[in-house]
Design a protein around this ligand. Sequence first.
Ligand SMILES: *Cc1c(COP(=O)(O)O)cnc(C)c1O
Length: 296
Amino acid sequence: MNQKITYELPNGITLEIKREDLLHPFVSGNKFRKLKYNVLQAKAENQSVLLTFGGAFSNHIAAVAYAGKEQGFETIGIIRGDELRDKISENPTLSFAQECGMRFEFVTREAYRHKTDAAFIAQLQAQFGSFYLVPEGGTNDLAVKGCEEILTELDADFDFICSAVGTGGTISGLINSALPHQKILGFPALKGDFLQNEIRKFVTNKNWELITDYHFGGYGKVTDELIDWINSFFLQTQIPIDPIYTGKMVFGVMDLIQRNYFPPKSKILMIHTGGLQGIAGMNAKLRNNNKPILVQ
Ligand SMILES: *Cc1c(COP(=O)(O)O)cnc(C)c1O
């Protein structure tokens, strides 16, 4: 569903947001798209266990835990940070995943860095037996295929499609399914010079660009300005957006509109990729630091 943003937009610009966050309360937005064909593949391979990787507040961990419960898989989460072992009850994402039946293996940040090494995977196989491996963030060919279903023929009129970028899987799907006259703008939520190359692994079209000015200090980092801005966006539109991904992208798009980046009469579509489950964890962190929190 696309929703119009009825701000006073300059230069005859139209702006809409695709509410992928409404696809599902927990497996929201792009994580739902990315898991769809991976779950089918795991079934085709007769696997009964999904194993994946993620950080303390990972939308992907929450999504895999829930999808596993719904689709009859055991799930194992390799979690970055062994200090989290004793803090599950304080962490809304991990508590939710555990309630869905996910088993955790907490590893040090150092060990986690080796998550794609053959030796590390072999060790996990020795420990847990056979499993279907979903990469960190869920990005692989099948995930990109799922994200090619985000845009539909009803979106043909838009000139610009804007999305947050983490590992690059979602934007790759958008790029592959966009029409030749459409330009895809990606807003990385992290400082990531590697992203161009990651995306090129999945796409051949050239009608895309990364806008790297809106990561607010890096992955998972926020500023008081960003939090205040997201809160006022919510008060004006009633649309909740997360501070890790979609919030930074929407901030960026609105800022670029004010700076006349877009030609007059541009039709812009923003993708709300979900991630709202992460707000509770972010607010807990902000409260601990006596910072303004997200209202919604
Ligand atoms: C994971 C995530 C992204 C990033 O998607 P990638 O495919 O990794 O680029 C964007 N938005 C939200 C809400 C996410 O959870």
